[in-house]
Design a protein around this ligand. Structure first.
Ligand SMILES: [Zn+2]
Ligand SMILES: [Zn+2]
Length: 358
């Protein structure tokens, strides 16, 4: 928070004005944290090098059990109308919620009269899927929409694509809409294996992806997306390194810290599934606010120019929906993140239908 307040020094002089601006800034920030609205803070409160480059639309924010709102995001460079889907737990329902929130208002939409509004987004603006792992809460929307989807690639690590073929696209759980595995092949989806830590251009977009393996009950993935000299990271489900003992998150943090010597990290989506009451033996490859702070603190220690963190949006996903009465898990996690945020990270809780530019 202290660091964020320092931002005012860039644009304002005079103690009184500074105080007023600090209050406005705090208010805007707290609105952002409380309602997770799109970033709409006045430009005068934005440091000079933070013009937005990416747009993220949240199609699904939760990590189970609420069908219709499961992990899925759309990302595009603002310079083009083409999204890549980051997981697809919820797809058509998420597009509909985003449409009713006017999240695609700034998108130069291709109007194909043969298709509905969600049909236009799905067919003409989503150019491929990046799948972090094969758990149902990350792929159910893709599977369910596949009969009426159009041709596009599915990108994932080899083991993830194997799980998709063996478990779903096998003519038992579902028809095989892909170009590999159990015949007959319907060839709608071109399945592309990502080599770990090697970058690849995503077809029909200006984006590049580099995949990193993550620790989870089955292999999961972090996708570093690059556009010119800007970076964004999407983390699939992951446990903390100290619990998983595989050092996989540390590999991603080190890679990012190195990249940040010449490039700008604009934002990241990372999971917090449970609040801090969850004991380590019951994490099942997930993070809590405490463990996220521990990971981010390590990342922070690797970066020389700490100012860069002021311009990074940390978007929290995969909060587990609860059927229990009492405190909403989102409120509890938000509280714990705020309390533990001694380094001044910009946290935003992802919310279905929300559009964020950064
Ligand atoms: Zn999950
Ligand atoms: Zn999972």
């Amino acid at each position: 928070m202290v660091k964020l307040l320092q931002l005012n020094k860039y644009t304002f002089a005079g103690t009184q004005l500074k105080k007023i601006c600090s209050c406005v800034f705090l208010f805007v920030l707290s609105c952002r944290l409380h309602s997770a609205q799109p970033i709409t803070s006045p430009e005068t409160l934005t440091p000079p090098d933070t013009s937005p480059v990416f747009e993220l639309v949240t199609l699904g924010d939760a990590g189970g059990i609420q069908d219709g709102n499961l992990s899925a995001f759309l990302l595009r460079a603002l310079s083009e109308p083409n999204y890549i889907a980051l997981d697809a737990g919820t797809l058509v329902n998420g597009i509909n919620v985003a449409l009713s929130n006017n999240a695609f208002e700034a998108l130069p939409v291709i109007t194909d009269k043969t298709l509905s509004a969600p049909g236009n987004i799905l067919h003409h603006h989503i150019k491929g899927y990046l799948i972090s792992h094969g758990h149902l809460d990350h792929v159910a929307g893709l599977l369910i929409a596949s009969p009426d989807d159009n041709e596009k690639p599915i990108y994932a690590l080899k083991s993830v694509n194997q799980t998709m073929s063996d478990t779903y696209f096998n003519w038992q759980a579902w028809a095989n809409f892909t170009d590999r595995g159990t015949p007959p092949l319907l060839n709608k989806y071109q399945v592309i294996d990502l080599a770990p830590q090697k970058s690849l251009r995503l077809k029909n977009t200006q984006l590049q992806v580099t995949a990193f393996s993550l620790s989870h009950p089955l292999e999961s993935t972090a996708f570093v997306i690059e556009y010119q000299d800007n970076l964004f990271v999407y983390f699939g489900d992951t446990g903390p390194d100290e619990v998983e003992e595989q050092g996989k998150l540390a590999t991603v943090w080190r890679y990012l810290a190195k990249q940040m010597q010449t490039k700008k990290l604009k934002g990241l989506v990372i999971e917090v599934s449970f609040d801090n009451r969850q004991t380590d033996n019951l994490l099942f490859g997930h993070l809590t606010p405490k463990w996220l702070m521990s990971e981010l603190t390590y990342f922070y220690s690797l970066v020389d120019n700490k100012q860069q963190f002021q311009n990074i949006q940390v978007i929290i996903s995969h909060i587990k929906y609860s059927l229990k009465s009492g405190l909403d898990p989102r409120d509890k996690i938000q509280q714990e993140l705020q309390q533990g945020n001694t380094l001044g990270f910009n946290f935003i809780l992802a919310k279905q239908g929300q559009r964020i530019i950064f």
